[in-house]
Design a protein around this ligand. Structure first.
Ligand SMILES: Cc1cc2nc3c(=O)[nH]c(=O)nc-3n(C[C@H](O)[C@H](O)[C@H](O)COP(=O)(O)OP(=O)(O)OC[C@H]3O[C@@H](n4cnc5c(N)ncnc54)[C@H](O)[C@@H]3O)c2cc1C
Length: 479
């Protein structure tokens, strides 16, 4: 019997697991996929928002501002790529200047520090490649960029180190309650727990309704992106937004923490599992972004992708204990700024669990730091020392991103074990470069099979079923 079962291992579930790992609480995270961070957490703009955009008084405003601070601290402690590069919200007309000034006032009311409105000259000075049509901009110094999946993985690994269990490949198909105990049904086995935390992203309404009355509806909404090569990564210095509208924060242009340029997203109602990119969506993104930064070279595009927002009609997060089913908590409606907010929500959710009766005794000897070897960013001396210690760090597997076999092997022996090529990509960056894994993919597949002692054909590209090879083409082929 568990004290707490968390459903969903995105940034929301992993943040909560990390916080619960600090207490003598028996907790488990149940995830339908074969890895953590494979839902919306892996496909978004990766911005740590400042907090000027959400309506004052909403949960979004509260947790955005708190989460912005919290992420900075967590990324430092847990060795996650993060940069506080600031953001500009561009105004293209006098009307939009008023909008930008109103955003500044809202930001101040939300508690966002350091907001300024820059005139055209200042904008041009700081962003030489920005459009001449930009007449002013809101500057938000606390906005940052992060690697969202690495943050979720770091939180999950730390939680696991502190004793939280992770049950992967376990889709929750039903939940029942007898007395004070919930039974969570999955094909991988049932789990009994006193408290349930529903962090199932775009499926949170479905999970809620297994045992609670309908109280919210997720309206999935897709956003499509371009990811451009590092040759475009320094085109802008800040996250460049246009004025937000009723569809959201609009199309942005931003460097990524890995040195690429990200452009997107659009906003379209979609199915929860629709990760397709479309000609219309990408055309809209491309032309809209050129309005802010006219010299983006889309020939340097290395990937298109889409992510699905867990929106609701209310445009706020739903964070509550069900009125009738005591012990059942929803952390849902996690549309943007959900990534920024999740680590701060988790802190409060632990308090809410405590108020509901969960005994919270702090653990002694909690592990709260983490270090990852990133060969690419090491000095010559550091590299030499590492190779001497472990020669696998002398074998480059991904040439685009300079990722060594040592880093891949290390990732395969950390607390949450990746079993797919993309699982390694999310941990080590192998396959993130210009060739997108064309060269290193088969090598990574072999290393996974060797280290985890599994058949090569069982190593998938990403989710279960994304088969790469089905077996040898000829019996008795060369071994
Ligand atoms: C286009 C786009 C851009 C965005 N940009 C930003 C941004 O720049 N900054 C920001 O702060 N936020 C942004 N967001 C929002 C942010 O990405 C989300 O708030 C966040 O990733 C949600 O995390 P989550 O853990 O709640 O959901 P997810 O990451 O989707 O995780 C939910 C998990 O639950 C699992 N699950 C679902 N059903 C079940 C089941 N029945 N049984 C077991 N497991 C289940 C899923 O497999 C998944 O792993 C953006 C979102 C989108 C789509």
């Amino acid at each position: 019997m568990y004290d707490v079962a968390i459903i969903g291992a995105g940034i929301t579930g992993c943040s909560l697991a990390y916080e619960l790992g600090k207490y003598n609480v028996k907790a488990i995270v149940i995830e339908k996929e074969n890895d953590v961070s494979v839902g919306t957490t892996k496909a978004n703009s990766a911005i740590v928002h400042g907090g000027y955009d959400p309506e004052t008084g909403t949960l979004m405003a509260k947790y955005n501002v708190a989460g912005n601070e919290r992420i900075k601290e967590l990324c430092g402690k847990l060795d996650v790529p993060y940069k506080q590069i600031g953001a500009l919200v561009c105004a293209f007309s006098e009307e939009e200047v008023k909008h930008v000034e109103a955003l500044k006032e809202r930001g101040i009311a939300n508690g966002v520090p350091g907001l300024e409105v820059w005139d055209q000259a200042k904008v041009r000075e700081e962003e030489p490649n920005i459009s001449d049509e930009v007449v002013a901009a809101l500057y938000s110094p606390t906005t940052g960029i992060v690697s969202p999946w690495e943050l979720a993985i770091a939180l999950a690994e730390t939680a696991a180190t502190n004793g939280v269990e992770f049950m992967l490949n376990a889709e929750v198909t039903n939940i029942t309650k007898a007395g004070d105990v919930y039974t969570v049904e999955t094909p991988a086995g049932n789990v009994e727990a006193k408290y349930i935390c529903n962090a199932a992203g775009v499926y949170a309404d479905k999970v809620n309704e297994y045992v609670c009355k309908k109280s919210f509806t997720i309206l999935p909404n897709k956003g499509e992106y371009y990811l451009l090569d590092k040759s475009q990564g320094s085109l802008v210095n800040h996250v460049i937004f246009q004025c937000p509208n009723e569809k959201g924060k609009g199309v942005l242009v931003s460097p990524t923490v890995h040195g690429n340029l990200i452009v997107g997203p659009d906003s379209q109602p979609s199915a929860a599992d629709d990760l397709s990119t479309t000609t219309e969506g990408l055309n809209f993104v491309r032309t809209t972004a050129l309005k802010s930064v006219p010299t983006i070279n889309y020939r340097e595009s290395i990937r298109n992708f889409a992510g699905v927002r867990a929106r609701t009609a209310v445009h706020d997060f739903f964070i509550f204990e069900d009125k009738e089913q005591k012990g059942f908590f929803n952390i849902s409606g996690m549309a943007s700024p959900g990534l920024t907010s999740a680590p701060a929500i988790a802190v409060d959710l632990v308090k809410m669990l405590g108020e509901s009766g969960l005994e919270l005794v702090e653990k002694e000897n909690v592990v709260d730091t983490r270090k990852v070897n990133r060969f690419k960013h090491m000095s010559h001396e550091e590299r030499a020392a590492l190779i001497k210690e472990n020669p696998l760090y002398g074998k480059i597997i991904c040439r685009c991103e300079t990722v060594t076999e040592g880093e891949i092997v290390d990732a395969l022996h950390r607390p949450i074990v990746p079993t797919s090529i993309d699982g390694i990509k999310r941990r080590c960056n192998a396959g993130m470069g210009r060739c997108q894994g064309g060269f290193c993919g088969p090598r990574v597949q072999e290393i996974i099979a060797r280290e985890l002692n599994m058949p090569l054909e069982d190593v998938y590209q990403d989710r279960v079923g994304t088969v790469i090879i089905t077996g040898e083409t000829k019996e008795g082929g060369a071994k």
